[in-house]
Ligand binder design. Structure first.
Ligand SMILES: Cc1ncc(COP(=O)(O)O)c(C=O)c1O
Length: 376
């Protein structure tokens, strides 16, 4: 045991390291081929151009500390969502907010509940807080809210629900979420993770589906913290800006534990500008809806049965070891996400919806990488 193992608590020593999607440079160095990355659900059209301008301008003032309260962005978001500014907290991506929630509500002897095959940060932040992580089986590749309710007890403080879910892409309609919240015990807070809200809402509007009542829950001060991010639809993943909306009292506690100056000035400026960049936003939404349909058709023609997605990625059961397949795809210049390990789906991969040429390259790479292999 190393020198520090004596003083580092067991629950921290037991934590598995977070394995991110493979960076392009690393894969290009490994295989010596030009890579296309469809492994981290990023925006294929890059950052909002208005955000880039705002970041460049804000960069000239980085000698000053940022506004740790993020007042400008919180007030703008409050207007946009028709909630109060003290019901909003801005963090360095929504990943950080998940950590704040766990450190605020959890500890030894307490537990959090979620689903198998959901976002791998949930068990990480829960265990880092010294609490127990309980996961229940899925139903039709989606969250089983009845099983979640059954797993809740007097020591439960937090339930994580990704809607749409990463990595399966499935969505829980608003009416079902309403019913779940109506039978939630007083001692439990729901982290309603809507990182892919923009994609789901765009498709729901097109299909006349009632997807989310999140803002209403916030206005009614329900025991729900809604998580959103600028990393996906707005293309600002590296700027690290996410936010939460919830009961003002709870948001106040989260703000107390939040490190000072967590989000940078350029990041705030970029997020504010991205909220006005309707051209970039709509282009990203239209491409995603169209290319999702195209990709599904191509995969079904190849014999796969991709799970119906309400986000910007597809979950594909491949019938073979996903790490091996993803290495063969990398040899063909394509980075996807193998879902073995902490994701809990050894034979599945997740592919992000890219620009049309990137998606065609993926399908060609998949055909090449599975040539002669029995289709599932
Ligand atoms: C379900 C879900 N929640 C939260 C996040 C975190 O996003 P960020 O920290 O970039 O805001 C992700 C990122 O992939 C995600 O898939």
């Amino acid at each position: 045991m190393g020198k520090f193992a004596e003083i580092v608590p067991e629950h921290v020593r037991a934590l598995p390291a977070y394995v991110p999607g493979k960076p392009i440079q690393q894969a290009e160095a490994e295989y010596g081929v030009k890579m296309t990355k469809l492994g981290s659900n990023e925006n294929p059209f890059g950052p909002s151009p208005l955000a880039v301008k705002a970041v460049e301008a804000a960069a000239r003032g980085v000698n000053f500390y940022p506004d740790t309260e993020m007042t400008a962005l919180r007030e703008r978001l409050a207007l946009h969502h028709k909630v109060a500014a003290n019901q909003i907290i801005v963090t360095a991506g929504s990943t950080t907010l998940l950590d704040l929630l766990a450190r605020t509500l959890l500890g030894p002897g307490l537990n959090a509940v979620s689903s198998e095959r959901s976002f791998i940060i949930y068990p990480l932040v829960t265990r880092a807080a010294g609490a127990e992580y309980r996961q229940v089986p899925m139903r039709n590749d989606g969250f089983d809210l009845d099983a979640i309710s059954d797993a809740i007890d007097g020591d439960t403080r937090l339930v994580y629900i990704a809607n749409p879910n990463n990595p399966t892409g499935t969505m829980i309609p608003a009416a079902e979420m309403d019913r779940f919240l109506n039978r939630l015990p007083e001692n439990v807070v729901v982290a309603l993770d809507e990182a892919y809200y923009d994609y789901a809402q765009w498709m729901a509007r097109e299909r006349g589906v009632d997807y989310s009542h999140a803002e209403q829950y916030v206005r009614e001060e329900r025991s729900v913290v809604v998580l959103r991010t600028f990393s996906k639809a707005h293309g600002l993943a590296a700027l690290r800006v996410g936010y939460g909306m919830g009961p003002a009292e709870l948001i106040g506690y989260l703000a107390r534990i939040k490190p000072a100056f967590l989000v940078s000035g350029p990041a705030e400026a970029g997020a504010l500008a991205a909220m006005d960049d309707h051209t970039h936003y709509e282009k990203s939404m239209r491409n995603n809806t169209q290319q999702l349909e195209w990709m599904k058709r191509e995969l079904i023609e190849m014999g796969y049965t991709p799970v119906e997605s309400w986000a910007n990625f597809l979950y594909i059961e491949t019938g073979e070891d996903s790490s091996t397949l993803s290495r063969r795809l990398e040899m063909n210049g394509m980075i996807v996400r193998p879902l073995s390990g902490s994701w809990g789906a050894r034979t599945a991969i997740r592919v992000t919806i890219g620009a049309p040429a990137e998606n065609r390259k993926f399908i060609d790479a998949l055909k090449n990488a599975t040539k002669g292999a029995a289709v599932r």
